[in-house]
Design a protein around this ligand. Structure first.
Ligand code: SF4
Ligand code: SF4
Length: 263
């Protein structure tokens, strides 16, 4: 790819810094092979190079300065990697905050007259071209290292979007949806976490965002058969920023089954 040591940069927009922590914890494994030009979360001396080989960006675009920062990063970067559910799907900022009127939300959070220039929360791809999307809440360290290794070899990585159920079956977990009647969203959620929650006997709540071609209607039908209410099901599905378009057909076909308990 490059004759000199490749440069990487790690930036955060509106997010919880979960991805920044995962990257920091695993940076040592990359250091002989890359130069960390900028990582304001982890180091005080940063160099905003005119040309970066790989930029990892965490967080959603939720404020004007997020957008300005992202556009500047895009201009200077060869491979732009969106890391974490906030950057890939908009996460709870999109699923939760966008349900409210922006001005009211801003005043309730920061007080009247606050100088925050809020934007409707959105994933990176709504504003700039993104080369690689690595979801997670937070991301999986092994996937992060694999993606970086691939880009350092000048290859776009393959990232699975198969559902969590696949990983659950590979671990031979009992199914908490079928056996325990828990509202598990594993069938429509992208794998990569190794079926973390069902492996501990808990339902997947969809934090990695939707899998490829999610069968949302079938998921809603199963959950309703188990007595969960459609509004609650929809709320769970949308909470982690999954795009509302994937639920359009579901919204048009209201539930027939009775509602007996909440998800
Ligand atoms: S427990 Fe959840 S993730 Fe695992 S197989 Fe059942 S539905 Fe799928
Ligand atoms: S099982 Fe579901 S909720 Fe739990 S970490 Fe994995 S994707 Fe997230």
């Amino acid at each position: 790819m490059i004759n000199t040591i490749p440069s990487i940069a790690v930036y955060g927009l509106t997010g919880c810094a979960g991805e920044l922590l995962v990257i920091l914890e695993n940076l040592e494994k990359l250091l002989p092979r890359v130069r960390v030009a900028s990582f304001p979360f982890a180091q005080s001396k940063n160099d905003d190079l005119k040309s970066i080989d790989i930029a990892f960006v965490e967080g959603s675009v939720s404020q004007k300065h997020d957008l300005e920062k992202l556009e500047d990063i895009r201009r200077r970067t060869r491979w732009l990697v969106a890391v974490g559910n906030c950057a890939v799907w908009g996460c709870v900022q999109r699923g939760g905050c966008n349900r409210f009127e922006l001005t009211e939300l801003k005043e309730a959070s920061y007080g009247e007259g606050a100088s925050i220039e809020a934007l409707p929360a959105a994933p990176l791809k709504d504003h700039v071209r993104v080369d690689v999307e690595l979801s997670g809440c937070p991301i999986n360290a092994t996937q992060f290292l694999a993606v970086t290794a691939s880009l350092l070899q000048d290859h776009l990585p393959y990232i699975t979007k198969k559902p969590v159920c696949l990983e659950c079956k590979l671990r031979e977990n009992p199914c908490v949806l079928i056996e325990d009647d828990l509202p598990c969203l594993g069938p429509i959620t992208a794998g990569g976490c190794g079926a973390l929650c069902p492996s501990m006997g808990a339902a997947c709540y969809g934090c990695w965002g939707p899998c490829e071609d999610p069968q949302v209607e079938a998921m809603a039908t199963v959950l309703e058969e188990k007595g969960f209410s459609l509004p609650e099901v929809q709320s769970r599905l949308l909470t982690f920023g999954a795009p509302p378009e994937i639920f359009e057909r579901l919204m048009k076909t209201p539930a027939k089954n009775k509602v007996t308990k909440e998800a």
